[in-house]
Design a protein around this ligand. Structure first.
Ligand code: UDP
Ligand code: MG
Length: 312
């Protein structure tokens, strides 16, 4: 049995070596493992550290390096493509996913669960903004899509080779891994953990990246926002019709109509709603547009010297 550990890395120079040491200590000699680091085009010394590690621990540490920043989710996907183990663990490279949990996750996999999700119970060192936006995202996702994601489940997960092979067949741009795991089915288990603060550095998930992840998560698995736009449009049409009828009746009764303010407010409001609806449609259209180009999911500029072709 061999375990692959996939770790996406973006500017984590101070975290890589301590994390590698910790994983090595945790797994001791009990488990055969490899670590596949995916460098998401870091601009600190990450790449040279990865290169050094892969030479020192040849066969255990491998890496691939992206030609540009393709993002966390794509980095995980690349790691899945290059992993060779019978089961594959994905985790962050900043110590927020504690390596101590790996033996328990492995035990669950050995019990027969194809997917073992780590579920964050408490989180230290993250601000209220992140907590609130994350909570709103999980709630919205679960209302809008039929593939539920448990709150606190991110991309700290152990998957059987079967699952990884399924994911590797997908050619979807901006694949939302949490969603696709829920979509795939199979037997899932959950283990809870306390999330510590980052060892070093700051979060690489900017507000823009978080927003884009949330949007891609929802639009990849549901067309409900489009239906919502339709429903909203219909509702306003009914209002407009009723108001029109009222205006005609009021005219014939000789009552003066209210002034400009109400007209202006309703015109602006309906205009805004229309723009939002067009925006929602545009979001889906953009998805189709990007997908039909059928570009590769990522481009690599280098890899460890013993790094070989993709796992088939
Ligand atoms: N990451 C990445 N590409 C990015 C942003 C982040 O590969 O564009 C990596 C990052 O190095 C870390 C993991 O993804 O290993 C999670 O990112 P981060 O810890 O910054 O996110 P947070 O925990 O704050 O949500
Ligand atoms: Mg983090």
């Amino acid at each position: 049995m061999k375990l692959s550990v996939v770790i996406p890395i973006y500017n984590e120079e101070k975290n890589i070596r301590p994390l590698f040491q910790k994983i090595k200590e945790t797994l001791k000699n009990d488990v055969a493992f490899e670590i596949v680091f995916v460098d998401d085009d870091s601009n600190d010394s990450t790449l040279s550290i990865l290169d050094g590690l892969s030479r020192q621990f040849s066969g255990v540490v491998r890496y691939v390096s992206f030609a540009r920043n393709f993002g966390h989710q794509t980095a995980i996907r690349a790691g899945l493509f290059y992993s060779k183990g019978d089961c594959v663990l994905t985790m962050d490279g900043d110590f927020q996913h504690p390596p101590e949990l790996i033996p328990l996750m492995l035990a669950r996999w050995q019990e027969g669960y194809e997917i073992v999700n780590a579920k964050r119970k408490h989180a230290q060192g993250i601000g209220y903004f992140k907590k609130i936006t994350s909570c709103v995202f999980y709630k919205m996702n679960n209302v809008l899509t039929e593939f539920k994601i448990e709150e606190g489940v991110a991309d700290f997960r152990l998957m059987d080779r079967k699952i990884v092979d399924h994911i590797n067949t997908l050619n979807e741009e901006n694949l939302f891994i949490r969603g696709i795991v829920s979509w795939l089915g199979f037997r899932q288990s959950f283990v809870e953990y306390e999330q510590p603060a980052r060892l070093s550095g700051v979060s690489k998930y900017t507000i823009k990246k978080m927003f884009s992840l949330a949007l891609s998560g929802i639009t990849s698995f549901s067309v409900k926002p489009l239906r919502l736009a339709l429903a909203l449009g219909s509702l306003f049409s009914v209002f407009a019709f009723l108001y029109g009828a009222y205006a005609i009746v009021a005219y014939f009764l000789g009552r003066s109509l209210p002034g400009w303010a109400s007209v202006l407010v309703s015109v602006l409001f309906i205009g805004g709603v229309q723009l939002i609806c067009v925006g929602i449609i545009g979001e889906y259209l953009a998805k189709v547009h990007m997908q039909v180009k059928n570009r590769p999911l990522f481009v690599i500029k280098g890899q460890s010297c013993d790094g070989d072709e993709l796992h088939e």
